[in-house]
Design a protein around this ligand. Structure first.
Ligand code: NAD
Length: 491
C-alpha cells in the first residue's frame, strides 16, 4: 500500500452506520500518476444498495427532515465545518485518487465548491419561497383562497463521475439535502474516497438523522443501476456520460423517475477576426487542464479561414508549452488521465483522428519522458472536418481540433452542428458582435472573452444531448422539489 498523507475512509455509510460490504469484499483505488494501489474501499452488491435505499425512504417518510427547515440548515452548517476541518486531507486525497493537479484543488476541484456549494443552498432554505399566496379567485361560481406549496421530492439517487468528484458531489448533495430530500450517493469506482469521507463526516460530525444521507461504493456500475430501478427512489440526479444518462432515463421510465441529467459536451471556442489573437489563441490550450477531463472544455477551436495559419501557429504554441506532469507539483495544470481505460480511449480517438485524415501538429501519443502514469500529450489536430469523429464525439482528453470558418454565420453553424449543447466561448474585440454570436449558440452556458459563469448561484446544464435540468442556482434548487397547489373557500 502507498504511504499516504491522509487517512482514507474505506467503509460505506448506510442508515447512519459506517459499514463494510456484506461479502467483506473491497476493490482497489489506484493512483493514476503512479499506477500503484493507493488503498481499498468497500465493494457493495445490490443488497447493500437496497438497504441504503430503504433507509433513505424510511427517513424521508418517518422523520421531520423534509419539513424542519432550521434543523436542516444547522446540519448543513455542521457539515461545512467538518469538511473545512479536513480540507487539507481532502486536498491530498483528491490529488491521489483523481490524479488532479494540486493547483486545481485551490479552485474547481476543492476550494471553489467548498466555499459556497453547501452554504449557498443553506442560505436558500431561509430565502426560498416555500409557499406563495395566490390570492382569492372565483371558480365555478364561488370564491377560493389559493396557494402554491413547494415540497421535497422524496428519495434522490445521486450518481457522480470521477473527473471533478467532490465538486459534482457537493453541489448535488447540498441542494438535495437543503430541499428536504433524503439521498443515496453512488460515487464512480475510480474516485470513491472523497464520498466515503463525506459519509464519515455526516455520521460523526453532524446531527443529520440516520438514513437521510447514505453512501454506497461498488466496482460494479449495475449496483448504481438499482437506484434507477427501485420504486422507492423518486428522482435521479446524475452527472456523467450521455450514454449512461440515456440508459438511466430508459431504466427509470418504468417507475416514472424524475431525472436530472448533466451529461457530456463538445463545446466550441469561436475566435472572431477582431479578437486579440496573440492573447487568446495560446490560452485556448487550457482545454488540457486536468487532462481535458472536463465536460465544459472548448475542444473545437473555430478560427477565421483568412487567418488560419496564424491561428494554428499561436494555438500550437500554447499546446506545446502546456505544463503537465506529476500532479503533486504546483507547476503543472495537467496530470495523468484517471485510468488506463480512459488513457486508451483517448489514444484510440487520436488514432481515429489520424485515420480520418486529421493532421497532428502537436503531441499525438504518450509522452516518452513519463514512463509511469496514464499520461497523454497535449494534442492539436488540423485538417479536421466538423463531421469527423474527433470533432463530434467527446474525447475527454487533452485533444483539441482546429476548424476554419468563413464568417460569423458560418461559425455559428459549425458550433451548433453538434448533438451536444453544453458550453462554449466567443472571443472578439467588438463586445456587441461577440455577444450577438454568443446569443445564437445553442448551449446551456457560454463565455464571452473568457468571462466565467461558475458559481453556486448559477444554474449550470446542457441543451440537446448534454442533459436535462440544471445544477445549482434557484433552477437547480427547484428541481429537487414537487409543486402542490392548495385552495380553501374564501368566505
Ligand atoms: P459514466 O457515465 O461512465 O459514469 C458516471 C457514473 O455513473 C459513475 O458513478 C458510474 O458508476 C455510474 N453508472 C454507470 N453505469 C450506470 C448505470 N447503468 N446505472 C447507474 N449508474 C451508472 O461517466 P464517467 O466516465 O464517470 O464521467 C465522464 C463523463 O461525465 C463525461 O461524459 C463528462 O462529460 C461527463 N460529465 C458531465 C458533467 C456535466 O456537468 N455536464 C460534469 C462532469 C462530467
Amino acid at each position: 500500500m502507498a504511504d499516504l498523507k491522509f487517512t482514507p475512509e474505506t467503509r460505506m455509510m448506510i442508515d447512519g452506520k459506517l459499514v463494510e460490504a456484506d461479502s467483506r469484499k473491497t476493490f482497489d483505488n489506484i493512483n493514476p500518476a503512479t499506477e500503484e494501489v493507493a488503498g481499498v474501499v468497500a465493494d457493495a452488491g445490490v443488497a447493500e444498495m437496497q438497504r441504503a435505499i430503504a433507509a433513505a425512504r424510511r427517513s424521508f417518510d418517518q422523520t421531520d427532515w423534509s419539513t424542519n427547515h432550521s434543523f436542516r440548515k444547522k446540519c448543513l452548517e455542521q457539515l461545512q465545518e467538518a469538511l473545512e476541518a479536513e480540507r487539507e486531507e481532502l486536498r491530498e486525497e483528491l490529488i491521489v485518487e483523481v490524479g488532479t493537479p494540486r493547483v486545481l484543488t485551490y479552485s474547481a476541484q476543492l476550494d471553489a465548491p467548498l466555499a459556497e456549494g453547501i452554504l449557498w443552498p443553506a442560505k436558500m432554505i431561509d430565502e426560498f419561497a416555500w409557499e406563495r399566496d395566490m390570492g382569492i379567485a372565483e371558480a365555478f361560481g364561488t370564491r377560493h383562497r389559493r396557494a402554491i406549496w413547494k415540497e421535497a421530492m422524496g428519495v434522490v439517487g445521486a450518481i457522480v463521475p470521477w473527473n471533478y468528484p467532490f465538486e459534482v458531489t457537493i453541489n448535488k448533495i447540498a441542494q438535495i439535502l437543503a430541499t428536504g430530500n433524503t439521498t443515496v450517493l453512488k460515487p464512480a469506482p475510480d474516485t470513491p474516497w472523497n464520498a466515503t469521507r463525506l459519509g464519515r463526516l455526516v455520521a460523526e460530525k453532524t446531527d443529520i438523522p440516520a438514513g437521510v444521507f447514505n453512501v454506497v461504493t461498488s466496482s460494479d456500475h449495475l449496483v448504481g443501476e438499482e437506484l434507477t430501478l427501485s420504486p422507492l427512489v423518486d428522482q435521479i440526479s446524475f452527472t456523467g456520460s450521455t450514454v449512461t444518462g440515456k440508459r438511466i432515463m430508459e431504466k427509470g421510465a418504468a417507475t416514472l423517475k424524475r431525472v436530472f441529467l448533466e451529461l457530456g459536451g463538445k463545446s466550441a471556442a469561436i475566435v472572431l477576426d477582431d479578437a486579440d489573437f496573440s492573447a487568446v489563441l495560446p490560452a485556448t490550450a487550457s482545454v488540457c487542464a486536468h487532462g481535458g477531463q472536463g465536460c465544459a472544455m472548448q475542444t473545437r477551436l473555430l478560427v477565421p479561414r483568412s487567418r488560419l495559419d496564424e491561428a494554428v501557429e499561436l494555438a500550437s504554441l500554447g499546446m506545446a508549452n502546456f505544463p503537465y506532469g506529476d500532479p503533486q507539483s504546483m507547476d503543472v495544470v495537467m496530470g495523468p488521465l484517471v485510468s488506463e481505460k480512459q488513457m486508451n480511449r483517448v489514444l484510440g480517438y487520436i488514432e481515429k483522428g489520424k485515420a480520418e485524415g486529421g493532421e497532428v501538429v502537436v503531441g499525438g501519443g504518450r509522452p516518452a519522458h513519463l514512463p509511469k502514469g496514464w499520461y497523454v500529450e497535449p494534442t492539436l489536430f488540423v485538417n479536421v472536418e466538423n463531421s469527423a469523429t474527433i470533432a463530434q464525439e467527446e474525447i475527454f482528453g487533452p485533444v483539441m481540433v482546429v476548424i476554419p470558418f468563413d464568417d460569423d454565420d458560418d461559425a455559428v453553424r459549425i458550433a451548433n452542428d453538434s448533438h451536444y449543447g453544453l458550453s462554449g466561448g466567443v472571443f472578439g474585440g467588438d463586445m456587441e458582435r461577440a455577444t450577438n454570436v454568443a446569443r445564437r449558440i445553442r448551449t446551456g452556458s457560454i463565455s464571452v472573452n473568457g468571462g466565467s459563469w461558475y458559481g453556486a448561484d448559477m444554474p449550470y446544464g446542457g441543451y440537446k444531448d448534454s442533459g436535462i435540468g440544471r445544477q445549482n442556482g434557484t433552477e437547480g434548487f427547484d428541481q429537487y422539489l414537487e409543486t402542490k397547489i392548495i385552495a380553501w373557500p374564501a368566505d
